[in-house]
Write a protein that binds this ligand. Structure first.
Ligand SMILES: *Cc1c(COP(=O)(O)O)cnc(C)c1O
Length: 392
């Protein structure tokens, strides 16, 4: 089955009792056991038919052996990190989601795990920081918000050579654009609140394991920790996933147009986009991604106020999050990455004037017109400021 068809027909796509083509929302906490231990479901934390449908679907989409749904991406990440114990060492990409950094720094470190942060694009550096007690490499690609791209296959090979796990947060790409398990990775996870859900109406997390052994361990932790996705949200998520391919094609086409526009916009000093042929990660991105994703970050010319720009847009929504139908824009330093200490943020290249845009599926002419009026505003205030300086 091709990917587009899988979205509709893979996993469990039909209710086994009624044939309903939309899996019903099974609002049940417990299930009648006709004979002890012989029932398909026992208790909804351990297994629920609506959740199971979306779990089987994501496993098929990513090409793994089992999927697991959680109450948020953060809950999924925390559950995956619960595979490790005090004394274990984990290598982490230097540009991970702010909430992941917070989880590591303020929670997991207290439990006695240690972490080394590296730019995982530098394969020699990754290899260099492997220690005797290293258990895993955890990374995102493309990263947030600089959209750096790591060679997934190369990192998976390093992990295999050292007998450690490779784990990828695939949120920014979605399985339409990139499937890390096919490149040798052990565990892939998502904040399904983004492209998979797609409609800005659900918070959810998904994990897919490559082997039965890992599936067994993650399933155990999912039940033990209990941060599962509820039936209503499971249904919303499966409904959202059905249109992933349709949405992604529209996202990708618009993003190419936005890139071209920004590349010719004189008030923009730097663009971060893996589809930019001048981007150092372009070749790796071209090989491992299907399209270049729909996220684009950029910096304004020095002296221009990014806040004024994002607050002056009328169509593009000023909001955190990404992967929604509607275009979303934000300033990482003030919003999504505000929890990261400024020195660390600057060290990682996330400047105060950086703007991150999640390109939506609006008509591209309307999108470009809104960006254009936003830049025109800035030009106005630039002239104003220059005149003010002359007068004073
Ligand atoms: C949003 C996000 C998360 C966290 O997911 P929630 O669903 O908000 O808990 C993790 N990783 C990435 C890359 C994200 O964008």
């Amino acid at each position: 089955m091709k990917f587009d068809t899988k979205l509709l027909h893979a996993g469990i796509s039909e209710d086994q009792y009624t044939g309903a083509t939309s899996i019903p929302i099974y609002m049940a906490s417990t299930f009648h056991q006709q004979k002890i231990g012989q029932s398909q479901y026992e208790y909804s934390r351990s297994g629920n038919p609506t959740r199971e449908a979306v779990e089987k679907l994501i496993a098929d989409l990513e090409g793994g052996v089992a999927g697991f749904a959680f109450s948020s991406g953060s809950a999924a990440i925390n559950t995956v990190f619960s595979l490790f114990s005090a004394g274990d060492h984990i290598i982490v990409g230097n540009d991970v989601y702010g909430g992941t950094f917070r989880l590591i720094d303020s929670v997991l470190k207290r439990f006695g795990m240690t972490f080394t942060v590296v730019d995982t694009r530098d394969l020699a550096a990754v290899e260099d920081v492997v220690q005797e007690n290293t258990q895993a490499i955890y990374l995102e690609t493309p990263t947030n918000p600089l959209l750096h791209v790591t060679d997934i296959q190369a990192v998976a090979q390093i992990a295999k050579r050292h007998g450690i796990l490779s784990i990828i947060d695939n949120t920014f790409a979605s399985p339409y654009v990139q499937r890390p398990l096919e490149l040798g990775v052990d565990i892939v996870l998502h904040s399904a609140s983004k492209y998979l859900g797609g409609h800005s109406d659900v918070i959810a997390g998904l994990v897919v394991a490559a082997t039965p052994e890992l599936a067994e361990r993650i399933g155990y932790l999912q039940n033990a920790i209990g941060s599962i996705l509820a039936p209503q949200e499971s249904w919303l998520l499966q409904r959202g996933i059905k249109t992933l391919a349709l949405r992604m094609r529209a996202h990708l086409a618009n993003t190419e147009k936005v890139f071209e526009y920004l590349a010719n916009q004189e008030l923009v000093s730097k663009i971060y986009y893996p589809g930019d042929p001048d981007n150092p990660d372009y070749e790796v991105a071209r090989q491992q991604m299907h399209g270049f994703g729909a996220m684009i970050s950029f910096e304004l010319q020095p002296g221009l106020d990014p806040r004024e720009f994002v607050e002056g847009l009328k169509l593009v929504t000023l909001a955190e999050s990404l992967g929604a139908l509607e275009s979303l824009i934000e300033i990482p330093a003030l919003m999504t990455h505000g929890a990261i200490p400024r020195e660390i943020r600057l060290e990682n290249g996330i400047k105060d004037e950086l703007i991150r845009l999640s390109v939506g599926v609006e008509d591209s002419q309307d999108l470009l017109a809104d960006l254009e009026q936003g830049f025109a505003n800035l030009k106005g205030s630039q002239t104003h400021a220059a005149n003010g300086a002359l007068n004073s």
